[in-house]
Every structure is written in structure tokens, then in C-alpha cells.
Design a binder for this molecule. Structure first.
Ligand code: FAD
Length: 317
């Protein structure tokens, strides 16, 4: 069966959800081999096996931890030369896309980014122009490199052997030109990471001020959700920029997206329109966001959100 390389996204030994999604897609097209960079592979092996990894290539070299993305692209290029896989899958995160682009140049291959689905014959689906158009594309040159949007598909377990193969790797000097000198762990509290969360509650200009974002946070916490924001809200300084959803912010694709006081500008839609279920709270029944909504409440968020939060808390007690 054709080998498909999957670059693992992980935080230490903890396997990120998107890696299990990539494994699920890789199994459609062949046999997945995980490429694990840095430490933590021993503890993660069981989780990778649960989602069908046949092989885990472990490259524990410090070059992969201490420098930015270039060494990862070099490692993948070496593995592509050695194993001639049918495709390479990475997560369509900022880092994943950069690795994909560098790998494409190194291997002379075509690359597809921001895929939301993948067929057994490696046809990737992308959702573009704010979701107005679905594109199906296939790489025709070299080894297909496909970056898949986190949360785009549901991860499905299927046992695999996850046989570990250690890989020795030394990055070139050119790949080591940008070194990581310090790491600062962002304080995130208890909330899930925005692009990985199953539920996202986002607030927009309708929220009316930084202090009022407590309403959005309370609703999010009642659902164990991540908090997002429109650009109007982040530009106004009501919520930090790293939580902006949209064309120039994060792309999310959760099971449930709640848009509160957001009008639904095309640039906002571009970051959330592949969410599985969309719920809207807006006082304007003509707001364009209702075109996307599976459920909508026409009402003042200052009345609707506290009642909704209270009701959810009652039901989850
Ligand atoms: C190049 C470019 C890139 C951009 N990138 C992004 C991006 O990444 N993300 C993004 O979000 N935007 C982006 N924008 C901005 C985008 O065009 C919109 O301006 C922005 O999304 C509007 O944010 P909003 O919906 O919160 O505000 P508005 O459009 O002002 O909408 C506010 C909504 O709140 C409702 N409302 C008001 N009060 C209440 C209330 N009390 N109760 C209930 N509802 C209420 C109103 O009816 C209205 O629908 C970009 C723009 C450009 C030009």
C-alpha cells in the first residue's frame, strides 16, 4: 500500500487533534507514516497507533527543536527522497503551511494549502471566496504536499502498528539561520485553543466594549468553548488580536460556531464558514450572517446571552 507521510503537530508528548485528523485522511489514500520531530514520541506512540499510524519516524535531533521551520522541511525532503511516499500531509497552520511551501520548493512538487477534505485518489477540496466556491484540485507534479485545515474532518480511530524507526538528521547551516532563543508559554487559562476547539463563541462590534466581552467568555465557559472575535472587536482593542477569526485572523472549523453581534462580512466568513453548525445572535434580522446560520436568534445580545448562559449552566449541572 502507498505510504503517506504525516507531519505530527504536537506539544511535547501530547498529540494535537489535527494530527489524528491527518491520519484519518491519510488512511483513505494509503498507509500513514508519522514524522515526529523532537522529544515525546515514546509517550505519544499509543495515541498514534490508535489512529492507524503504521510507522513513526522519530527524528529527535535538537536541530528540529531549536530552529524555526526550515529544518523540518529539510527532514521531510530527506524522507521523501528515501521513501518516495505517495503524498505528504501537514496541518494547515501558520507553521505547517510554511513547511509545506519549503518542502514543495525542495522537492519540485505541487502544494495545496487549506484543504478541507481529501479523497482516496488525493483530490483535495478547498473552500474559497468566503465559502462561495468549492474547489477540487490534484497535484500533478512531484510528491503531492497537502496542508489540511484543522477541524475540517472528524478523526476516526483505527488501530495501526506504529512501529518506531529512529531517523538521524542534521540540518544544514542555511536551515539553522533563524534560531529559537527563548520560549514563552502563552497564558491561556482553561479554554481550548481557538483553532482546535469543538465549539467557538465569537463576539463582534455589537458587544460594545472590552468589559462586555465577559458575557462572551461566560457563554464560552459554559460550553467549554474557545473565544473568538471579529476584526472590529480586535481593532477596537476589546479583545486580543490572536483571537481574531477571519481572512486576516485565524481560520476555524468547529462543530459549533456562535457569532454574537457580528454582521457577517466576507472577511469574517472566510475564517468560519466551514463550521459544521453556525448559530447567530444579532438584533438586525437583515444581518448577512443569518444567510449562513443553522440557528439564529434575532435579539439584543445583552438580553439573550445571559439567559442562554444561565440555561446552559442549569442543564449541565
Ligand atoms: C483586507 C481586510 C481584511 C479583513 N479581515 C477580517 C478578519 O480577518 N476578520 C474579521 O472579522 N473582519 C475582517 N475585516 C473587517 C470586515 O470587513 C468587517 O469590518 C468586520 O468583520 C466587522 O466586524 P463586526 O461584524 O463585528 O462589526 P459590524 O459589521 O459593525 O457588525 C456588528 C453587528 O452587531 C450587531 N449588533 C449591534 N448591537 C447588537 C446587540 N446589542 N445585540 C445583538 N446584535 C447587535 C449589528 O446588528 C451588526 O450586525 C477585514 C477587512 C478588510 C478590508
Amino acid at each position: 500500500m502507498a505510504e503517506i507521510l504525516v507531519l505530527a503537530e504536537h506539544s511535547g508528548e501530547s498529540v494535537k487533534k489535527v494530527t489524528t485528523e491527518l491520519l484519518t485522511l491519510a488512511r483513505r489514500a494509503g498507509e500513514p507514516s508519522v514524522v515526529w520531530t523532537g522529544a515525546g514520541a515514546d509517550a505519544a506512540r499509543e495515541r498514534l497507533a490508535e489512529f492507524g499510524a503504521a510507522v513513526v519516524y522519530v527524528a529527535g535531533s535538537e536541530d528540529l527543536d531549536d530552529y524555526v521551520v526550515a529544518p523540518k522541511a529539510e527532514l521531510l525532503a530527506e524522507l521523501v527522497t528515501q521513501h518516495a511516499p505517495a503524498a505528504v500531509l501537514v496541518a494547515s497552520t501558520a507553521e505547517g503551511r510554511e513547511v509545506a511551501a519549503r518542502l514543495a520548493v525542495k522537492t519540485g512538487s505541487g502544494v495545496i494549502t487549506d484543504a478541507v477534505d481529501l479523497s482516496a485518489d488525493l483530490v483535495a477540496e478547498q473552500s474559497i471566496f468566503g465559502g462561495a466556491i468549492i474547489v477540487q484540485s490534484k497535484v500533478r507534479t512531484g510528491t503531492p504536499i497537502i496542508a489540511v485545515r484543522p477541524n475540517a474532518v472528524a478523526a476516526v480511530p483505527e488501530p495501526g502498528a506504529a512501529r518506531v524507526e529512529n531517523v538521524s538528521f542534521a540540518a544544514t547551516d542555511a536551515a539553522k539561520s533563524a534560531q529559537i532563543t527563548e520560549r514563552v508559554v502563552a497564558e491561556r487559562g482553561e479554554r481550548p485553543e481557538l483553532t482546535e476547539a469543538s465549539i467557538v463563541v465569537s463576539g463582534g462590534r455589537g458587544v460594545g466594549g472590552a468589559d462586555n466581552f465577559a458575557l462572551i467568555e461566560n457563554l464560552a465557559d459554559s460550553l467549554h468553548a474557545a473565544v473568538g472575535a471579529s476584526r472590529a472587536a480586535t481593532d477596537a482593542g476589546w479583545y486580543p488580536h490572536q483571537f481574531q477569526v477571519g481572512q486576516t485572523g485565524k481560520t476555524v472549523s468547529p462543530q459549533l460556531y456562535m457569532a454574537v453581534g457580528i454582521s457577517g462580512a466576507i472577511q469574517h466568513r472566510a475564517g468560519m464558514q466551514t463550521s459544521k453548525t453556525i448559530m447567530v445572535i444579532n438584533k438586525d434580522p437583515e444581518a448577512p450572517i443569518f444567510e449562513l446560520a443553522d440557528f439564529g436568534v434575532v435579539g439584543d445580545l445583552f438580553q439573550v446571552v445571559p439567559q442562554l448562559t444561565e440555561e446552559i449552566r442549569k442543564r449541565s449541572d
